[in-house]
Design a binder for this molecule. Structure first.
Ligand code: V47
Ligand code: SF4
Length: 399
C-alpha cells in the first residue's frame, strides 16, 4: 500500500478542526490563504501542523535546495539620531564618543581589505547621522564600484533613504534613481520592524512610517530592482499586527514582484529599552517562520538569519519553510551581538555552513545576491575531511 504524504495524512484526518483542514486544503492546491486564516494559524495551529504545511511549500518551490552567500558587513556608524526602543545602538547618541563614525576613506579601506577574497556582496547598514547624507552615500557607492565593479552593493534601508532624501529635498523616485546610478544594486530588508502605527509609533517613533517604508521599496522596484523585507517580532506586537505586516508586504509584492526574500527577525532583549520583555521561544520562532512561508505565497524565499537565532535553530528552520540561511559574515556586524544574539562573533566559514546544511539532509548552494548559483556544495570534500580519511602511515612515536 502506498504511504500517504504528511499533508495527505492531515487532509484525511477526521479529528482535525474543519477550519484548519480547509487551510491545509488550500495549501495543497497552491491557493492563497486569507488574513483571517493567517490569524487563525497564529492563534491555534500547532507546530507539527504548521511544519507540514510550510515544508510542503518549501519543497514544492525549492526541493532540498538551501541557499547561502558569501558577504561582509560595513557599518558606517553605530550612533543614531533615532531612539528605537528595541535597538541596542540608540543610547549611544548621548555618549557619542563611545561609538564609531567612519569616514569615506576608512570605509573604502574596509572594502579593500576583502580584495582577493571570494565575497560577492557587501551589506551596508548602520545608524542615521547628518554627515552621512545623499552625497556621502552616492560617493561611497560610486567609489566601491570603481574599485570592485562586480561586488554587489546591498545598502541602506528606507529609514536612511527617507532621512537623506528629505534633507536633500528630492522625491523618493528621484532619490532611488540617483542611488541606482551611483551603484546601488539592491536594498536589504531592514527598518521594517512592524508597520502598524499602533506598535511602530511606540517602539520606533520618529523614523519613516510603515507606509513610507513600503513606498520607497515600491519606487525601487519600479526601477526594475530587487529588495528584501523583514519583520521584527516577539515584543509588544500582537498576532494581528504580524498579519497586518505580512498582508502589506504581500499586497506590494502582488503589484511589483520586486521582493526576493522575507526575513523574520526575532526580537533580542539585551541592553535595550525593552529588556524587560521576555524573548519568544524557539517553538514560537519556528511557528512564525512556517506561517510566514504559508502566508507569503508570492515570495520566493524565506531566510533565517543564523547569527540572530543560532546555528541549531537555523538548522531546524529548514523544516519550517526556510530555504536560505544568509551568509558567511564576520564580526563586522555588531547590531545583533549587542542585542544579545546567539552568536557574539558571527563568523561561519563556508565549510561550517555547508556542513550545517548537509547535516540536516539538505542541499547547500552558494548563491549571489540575486540567487544565481555560484557553486553547488552537495558533494564537496573539504581539506579537513582528509584528516579523518586514514593517513594511517603517520610515524609512530616511541615514548
Ligand atoms: O531593522 C535591531 C533589527 C534590522 C534588534 O536583507 C533587531 O538580507 C532583533 O534588516 N533584536 C536590521 N532585531 C537587519 C536586517 C537584515 C539582517 C540580515 C539580512 C538582511 C537582508 C537584513 O535588525 C533592523 C531591526 O529590525 N534589529 N535591533 C534587536 N534587539
Ligand atoms: Fe537607529 Fe536603526 Fe537603531 Fe532605530 S534600529 S535606533 S534607526 S540604528
Amino acid at each position: 500500500m502506498q504511504q500517504l504524504s504528511p499533508l495527505d495524512q492531515i487532509l484525511s484526518n477526521n479529528n482535525l478542526d474543519a477550519d484548519l483542514k480547509e487551510i491545509a486544503g488550500k495549501v495543497s492546491k497552491n491557493e492563497r490563504i486569507s488574513e483571517a486564516e493567517g490569524l487563525l494559524l497564529f492563534e491555534k495551529a500547532d507546530l507539527g501542523f504548521l511544519g507540514i504545511l510550510a515544508n510542503f511549500i518549501r519543497e514544492w518551490k525549492h526541493g532540498d535546495r538551501t541557499y547561502f552567500n558569501r558577504n561582509f558587513h560595513l557599518e558606517p556608524t553605530n550612533v543614531c539620531l533615532y531612539t528605537c526602543k528595541f535597538c541596542s545602538y540608540s543610547r549611544l547618541i548621548k555618549k557619542r564618543e563611545d561609538g564609531w563614525e567612519y569616514t569615506l576613506e576608512e570605509m573604502l579601506d574596509m572594502v579593500k581589505a576583502y580584495d582577493g577574497q571570494p565575497v560577492t556582496e557587501v551589506h551596508i547598514v548602520g545608524g542615521v547621522l547628518p554627515q552621512y547624507n545623499f552625497d556621502f552615500y552616492k560617493t561611497l557607492f560610486q567609489k566601491i564600484k570603481e574599485h570592485r565593479p562586480e561586488l554587489h552593493v546591498k545598502a541602506l534601508t528606507p529609514v536612511e533613504y527617507h532621512y537623506i532624501f528629505k534633507k536633500a529635498k528630492v522625491s523618493y523616485a528621484e532619490g532611488m534613481k540617483a542611488m541606482k546610478e551611483a551603484g546601488l544594486d539592491s536594498m536589504p530588508g531592514g527598518g521594517a520592524e512592524i508597520f502598524h502605527p499602533e506598535i511602530r509609533d511606540e517602539i520606533a517613533g520618529g523614523k519613516c512610517t510603515g507606509e513610507e517604508w513600503l513606498q520607497i521599496h515600491e519606487e525601487w522596484h519600479k526601477l526594475g530592482m530587487r529588495s528584501n523585507a523583514t519583520m521584527l517580532y516577539g515584543h509588544i506586537e500582537k498576532f494581528e499586527h504580524r498579519i497586518h505586516h505580512l498582508e502589506e508586504l504581500r499586497k506590494l509584492q502582488d503589484r511589483t514582484g520586486g521582493f526576493q526574500t522575507f526575513i523574520p527577525l526575532k526580537f533580542r532583549n539585551k541592553d535595550n529599552e525593552m529588556s524587560h520583555i521576555k524573548e519568544s521561544t524557539v517553538v514560537e520562532d519556528l511557528r512564525n517562520y512556517a506561517i510566514s512561508r504559508i502566508y507569503l505565497d508570492n515570495f520566493e524565499h524565506i531566510k533565517a538569519y543564523w547569527p540572530m537565532i543560532g546555528r541549531e535553530t537555523a538548522q531546524l528552520s529548514l523544516n519550517f519553510g526556510v530555504n536560505d540561511i544568509d551568509g558567511t559574515i564576520d564580526d563586522t556586524t555588531k547590531i545583533y551581538s549587542l542585542a544579545g544574539a546567539e552568536e557574539q562573533n558571527p563568523a561561519m566559514s563556508t565549510e561550517d555552513l555547508v556542513k550545517l546544511i548537509r547535516n540536516v539532509k539538505r542541499k547547500p548552494l552558494e548563491r549571489d545576491t540575486l540567487y544565481n548559483i555560484v557553486q553547488d556544495y552537495s558533494d564537496t570534500v573539504f581539506e579537513s575531511d582528509n584528516l579523518y580519511r586514514g593517513y594511517v602511515s603517520l610515524p609512530v612515536v616511541n615514548k
